[in-house]
Design a protein around this ligand. Structure first.
Ligand SMILES: [Zn+2]
Ligand SMILES: [Zn+2]
Length: 314
């Protein structure tokens, strides 16, 4: 008479209750929810049960029997699970039976995805034809997040670049930082009030990431002369003055009034002969003999073509 079922006078406990089990309250029901979109399963919290093998995951989580023998019967709405194995609590052999009920319920993450939820927009702009590469880097960074709460809601392709809508502010900031470190670039954050939720103001942020329009190896023309871009790291640029060979650093955001000459404007030139500080070379751009200032004794020198002028690169 454990479950209350009539058993007759010859036996005190019905057949079901007389089977060995851990619970004495009759057959236990274990209810789990499974998300129809991502198939993650919830007992107490989403993802705490292995969706690929719910019965054995429950046996381990609820009954503390690891790698027990499991027999199931019935259908998914009412799966009868019998198990036996060594209890991790007592170290002795135990067995039991429970009814597993799997119901369908959309998890909060999928609910947000389906609702086009996002907290941040990353605007990727500028670049030297490497916007797509930067976008792929952002997507890869998001995909590598171990958190299920981090996802890309949408990517918009615009004429001027990409807008990436991301579910998580903090992660979006980190992704922008990593992308700027990798590709160089300036970043700017603005936030917008989008509404109220439970009395709290809800903000969305926009993260603008502008990639530089030159690469390492390009020549930029500044008011102080011509420089080779030696290094781009985040917002910090390292230049080498072509004429003097001196190294200068600048912030990307401080770069104004400059023009870019690509590395196509730099070539190797053979020195034909020298006279004092003048080297006579074969111009690698038009194959005519030219005189340039160079006090080295190299057989060949690197020159940059800037307008009609040939400059020796130190
Ligand atoms: Zn019973
Ligand atoms: Zn889901």
């Amino acid at each position: 008479m454990i479950c209350g079922k009539e058993t007759g006078s010859d036996r005190p406990v019905c057949e079901e209750c007389s089977r060995p089990k851990i619970s004495s309250r009759g057959i236990e029901r274990v209810k789990v929810k499974r998300c129809p979109s991502c198939h993650s399963v919830m007992l107490n919290s989403w993802g705490d049960v292995d969706g690929d093998d719910i019965p054995s995951s429950i046996v381990e989580k609820v009954y503390h029997v690891k790698e027990g023998d499991i027999v199931t019967s019935g259908d998914e709405r009412n799966l009868r699970v019998s198990f036996s194995g060594i209890s991790q609590d007592s170290g002795t052999r135990v067995e039991g039976t429970f009814l597993l009920q799997i119901s369908s319920s959309t998890c909060p993450v999928c609910a947000r995805k389906l609702g086009n939820y996002y907290e941040a927009i990353i605007q990727v702009r500028g670049g030297t034809g490497n916007l797509r590469e930067a976008l792929d880097f952002i997507v890869k960074t998001v995909d590598s997040s171990p958190s299920r709460d981090v996802f890309i809601t949408r990517i918009d392709r615009l004429r001027e670049g990409y807008d990436v809508l991301i579910s998580d502010k903090k992660f979006a900031r980190a992704a922008v930082k990593r992308t700027a470190e990798r590709f160089g670039g300036t970043t700017k954050e603005t936030s917008h009030l989008v509404g109220l939720k439970d009395g709290n103001e809800l903000y969305r942020i926009t993260l603008s990431l502008r990639l530089p329009d030159f690469r390492e190896g390009d020549i930029v023309s500044l008011s102080s002369g011509f420089f080779i871009v030696k290094r781009i790291r985040g917002d910090i640029l390292t230049f080498v003055n072509i004429k003097t060979g001196t190294t200068v650093q600048s912030k990307l955001r401080d770069m104004k009034d400059y023009s870019v000459l690509t590395s196509d404007n730099i070539r190797e030139a053979r020195v034909l002969y020298r006279q004092g500080k003048t080297a006579y070379i074969l111009d690698p751009f038009d194959f005519r003999e030219k005189a340039v200032l160079d006090s080295s004794s190299s057989q060949s020198i690197r020159v940059a073509k800037i307008g009609d002028e040939l400059l020796v690169i130190n």
